[in-house]
Design a protein around this ligand. Structure first.
Ligand SMILES: NC(=O)c1ccc[n+]([C@@H]2O[C@H](COP(=O)([O-])OP(=O)(O)OC[C@H]3O[C@@H](n4cnc5c(N)ncnc54)[C@H](O)[C@@H]3O)[C@@H](O)[C@H]2O)c1
Length: 255
């Protein structure tokens, strides 16, 4: 049975017959997107470095899972090519996986910087090429990239992460410009704070309180809030949206 959420939208089969690959869907936001897409009728392929959890998610939604290390470009392209072959094509790619290892700017190591960019940004470029070629051949597709509020605002101790997410927003815009003629839409999502494993590991209770107070809606984001945006962007309801960086931040960011 597919777990549901009280605040999930009514199920209307918006993704019936669609083939979706989602990275980093073993837990957190990605797993919520996988469940939401499956509920809406999509065939879902989960790619994650944690193959144990990824397999559990895939089993719970009747989908597929495979291991990938997005820090490795060859692992990334090979895993995605195999996922596309298994699904018989790809209609939706969600580049969701991301990492954050906080560090003050003056202590930030080259290794942390490079790994963050490899997973958060370079992998997205690789998957966009692989999926983009398949989508060009079929004449349609939707690519959804996970950026962050941090990509627009920045945040202390997150120079590498914020820069990698700002790059995601730029990559999204250029991909939208180049692929639009092939009926491929490319958008990204900029979530506010979500208390997933990443969210809880990188925020103190004081930060949570301070950020809650900054939202006009006086709460943090849930995984469902973000998954609902990913659903909208994947669906035909967003047919005229491309190149956008959609905030799901409870009004903490308004540009
Ligand atoms: N949680 C937040 O507050 C927040 C806010 C804004 C944006 N985001 C973004 O949302 C996305 C999902 O975040 P989350 O909070 O669900 O994080 P999470 O840490 O809970 O989940 C991340 C997933 O990515 C996978 N992953 C990590 N490194 C990988 C690698 N090298 N190869 C393959 N898979 C890998 C993990 O195994 C995990 O399943 C990320 O891109 C994150 O930057 C999160």
């Amino acid at each position: 049975m597919i777990p549901s959420d009280d605040s999930a939208l009514p199920v209307t089969g918006r993704l019936a017959g669609q083939r979706a690959v989602i990275t980093g869907a073993a837990r957190g936001i990605g797993a919520e997107i996988a469940r939401t897409y499956a509920r809406e009728g999509a065939q879902v392929f989960v790619l994650d470095i944690d193959i144990g959890l990824a397999t559990q998610v895939a089993r719970s939604i009747g989908g597929h899972a495979a291991k990938v290390d997005l820090a490795d470009a060859t692992s990334t392209s090979t895993a995605l090519e195999q996922a596309i072959a298994t699904l018989g094509g790809i209609d939706i790619l969600v580049n969701n996986a991301g990492i954050l290892k906080m560090a003050p700017l003056l202590d930030l190591t080259i290794e942390n910087w490079d790994t963050t960019f490899a997973v958060n940004t370079r992998a997205m470029f690789v998957t966009t090429q692989v999926a983009g070629r398949a989508m060009v051949a079929q004449g349609s597709g939707s690519i959804i990239n996970m950026a962050s509020m941090g990509g627009k605002l920045g945040s202390p101790n997150q120079a590498h992460y914020a820069a990698s997410k700002a790059a995601v927003i730029s990559l999204t815009r250029v991909a939208a410009m180049e692929l639009g003629a092939h009926n491929i839409r490319v958008n990204c999502i900029c979530p506010g704070y979500v208390l997933t494993e990443m969210g809880t590991a990188t925020r103190t209770p004081e930060m949570v309180e301070a950020w809650t107070a900054k939202s006009p809606l006086a709460r943090l984001a849930t995984t469902t809030d973000v998954a609902n945006m990913a659903l909208f962007l994947a669906s035909a309801e967003a047919d005229y949206c491309t190149g956008q960086a959609m905030n799901v931040s409870g009004g903490m960011v308004m540009h």
